[in-house]
Each structure stands twice: as structure tokens, then as C-alpha cells.
Write a new protein. Sequence first.
Length: 150
Amino acid sequence: MTSAQQNVPEIPLTEDKPGLPPGDQSIGALVKDATTHLSTLVRAEIELARLEIARDVKRGVRGSVFFVIALTVVMFSLFFFFIAIAEMLADFGLLRSVSYGIVFFGMLLFAGLFGFLGYKKVRGIKGPKRTISTVRDTAAAFKRDGDENN
């Protein structure tokens, strides 16, 4: 048995108090029992789904920590990549300060391009127009129905 299975709360499907034998119950009592069992079953399924989702969210958070660490290492490694490019330009005969300046302005150009593309994408966000429209239509329909009843 895993630790996740041990933490699942148990919801009994039968009551603790003994009732009549199954053959001696009335239709009303049977319907009541069926309704109670169905309600209990639905609650148990919802609880199971909640536990499974919580487990998956925890697993996702733990996994994302490793991605964040990997991304941090890559970001710090980029410094060495850009230094290597500048040194390579210096090896081709440019002054060291000029080669570092070229790499710096190339990085600024690259950052500016992606900043502009990000700005265009964010500027295109319009909000949930269809949802707002349907909520307004529903509110207007209820308001009309309320006016007709008076």
C-alpha cells in the first residue's frame, strides 16, 4: 500500500445503525437509501479526484524546481558564451574593447527585438469579450423576465 492510498479518507456506504432486512423495507426507505448511497458515492469520487489532483500538483511543483535550477544554470552559462564570442572577434584582429562592444550591442538588439515582439503579443490581449457579452445578455434576459412578471 502506498502512502497516497493510506491518506485517503474512508466514507462508508452504509449507516452504522442496523435497519430492516432488505426484503422488509418500504419503497420510500429504499429510495432514501439509494439517494444516500448515491450522494455518498459522489462525495467519495469528488474527494478522490481532489486527492489525485493535489498529488499531481505537488509532483508538478517538485518537477518545476528542477527546471528552474536548470534554467538558472543556463542563464549564467550564457555569460561565458558571450565572452567567447567577444574573444573570438578579438582573435580576428579587432580591439578587445570593440569586440566586447559589438557583442554588447548585438545583445541589446536581440533583447529589443524580443521585447518588441512580447509587447505586440501583450497589446493584443482583449479580455474575455464573449463571456462578458453572454453575461450581459443573460442579465438583460433576467431583467426583462422580471419586468414582465410585475
